[in-house]
Design a protein around this ligand. Structure first.
Ligand code: FES
Ligand code: FES
Length: 163
């Protein structure tokens, strides 16, 4: 398989990585770069565990070629906090609501919520449920997850700009 050196911009840092032609973004982020917050669940674009933001839009990294996102701004769960040692208001709300059980779905949920609250700072419950419809929580903690996103919106602290 042909290999190529590419540069990815992740969480405002540049990474030079050698990738195969068909190498997936999830693999590069998780295995090559070592940002293990991006999870690999189904591998077929159905569970949302691998969600990252690419130019501010949620993207499923398990069905995205790494080569295809050169030059884009990629944000993983490691990049949503405003500064080291602090949490994003959505992360804080997830902690307060205990909206985390095994935590496997949590990075994807938070990144999808980030996108939602930037587009729609005051979503209804139905709009929140619609936004996370592509993200599966195998622990079925949806009630707490929806409440956490609603709390983050209600705090007014959240998501005035893209991370
Ligand atoms: S691992 Fe990407 S959608 Fe499931
Ligand atoms: S907390 Fe376990 S999959 Fe959602």
């Amino acid at each position: 398989m042909k290999k190529e050196l590419i540069t990815l911009t992740i969480n405002r840092e540049q990474y030079d990585v050698v990738v195969e032609d068909n190498e997936l973004l999830s693999n590069v982020i998780h295995d090559t770069i070592g940002m293990t917050g991006t999870k690999y669940g189904c591998g077929t674009g159905e569970c949302g565990a691998c969600t990252v933001l690419v130019n501010g839009e949620p993207v499923l990294a398990c069905i995205t070629l790494a080569k295809a996102v050169q030059g884009a701004e990629i944000v993983t769960i490691e990049g949503v906090a405003p500064e080291p040692g602090k949490l994003d208001p959505i992360q804080e709300a997830f902690v307060e609501q205990a909206a985390i059980q095994c935590g496997f779905c949590t990075p994807g949920m938070i990144l999808v919520a980030k996108d939602l609250l930037i587009r729609n700072p005051k979503p209804t419950e139905d709009e929140i449920r619609d936004a996370i419809r592509g993200n599966i929580c195998r622990c079925t903690g949806y009630t707490s997850i929806v409440k956490a996103i609603q709390d983050a919106a209600d705090s007014g602290l959240c998501c005035r700009s893209k991370p």
